[in-house]
Design a protein around this ligand. Structure first.
Ligand SMILES: [Zn+2]
Ligand SMILES: [Zn+2]
Length: 179
């Protein structure tokens, strides 16, 4: 996503950028698709630098941590960064002034690629463990069926075959102990 600075004449300037569905690379393994992204910025100019503040909004398709099914999640978060020149950024790094987030301005085109900032902003807004809904029943631990859509009989079947195996092991151990 490219922020064009050349056309901005009056400051603060209001800028809206949009990326179509699928144009933004997923920022985590359980992100299946990043839908259309909208970035709304207020841009203030100071010398050769542009101070940008605003919001990033997107609908993201996530994989449910319980049932592994896809679901849509609306993410919106604040962003705050400075578009600066490569020269100034080098200077800041040397002086270890690093409280801010920076993007570098392409000095020929007077543009800045803000794709990474946008992805980082959205990443911060995603739940650590995404769940498609509070009522999600997840996958059956025995047969693997999606219990939201394919009810199985595993729960009503009281004897779990794994316990049978364990009983055998315990029996063997106690027999040995009595010898
Ligand atoms: Zn789910
Ligand atoms: Zn089952």
């Amino acid at each position: 996503m490219i922020l064009e600075l050349r056309g901005l004449e009056e400051f603060p300037a209001l800028v809206t950028l949009e990326a179509a569905e699928g144009k933004t690379a997923p920022m985590r393994e359980d992100v299946l698709l990043v839908g259309a992204v909208t970035v709304s910025l207020t841009v203030q100019k100071s010398g050769d630098e542009f101070f940008c503040q605003g919001t990033v909004t997107a609908t993201v398709e996530l994989e449910c941590a319980r049932c592994l099914g896809p679901f849509r999640y609306d993410a919106q978060g604040p962003t705050d960064f400075i578009a600066t020149t490569a020269q100034l950024l080098e200077q800041y790094r040397a002086e270890a002034v690093d409280d801010e987030e920076y993007v570098i301005i392409d000095s020929n085109e007077l543009t800045a690629d803000i794709s990474d900032i946008v992805r980082e902003t959205l990443l911060l807004e995603l739940p650590m463990k995404p769940v498609c809904g509070d009522e999600c029943k997840g996958l059956c631990s025995q047969c693997g069926a999606n219990r939201n859509t394919e009810p199985c009989d595993c729960e009503s079947n009281k004897t779990d075959p794994r316990w049978e195996g364990l009983k055998g092991l315990l029996g063997g151990a106690s027999e040995k102990g009595t010898e």
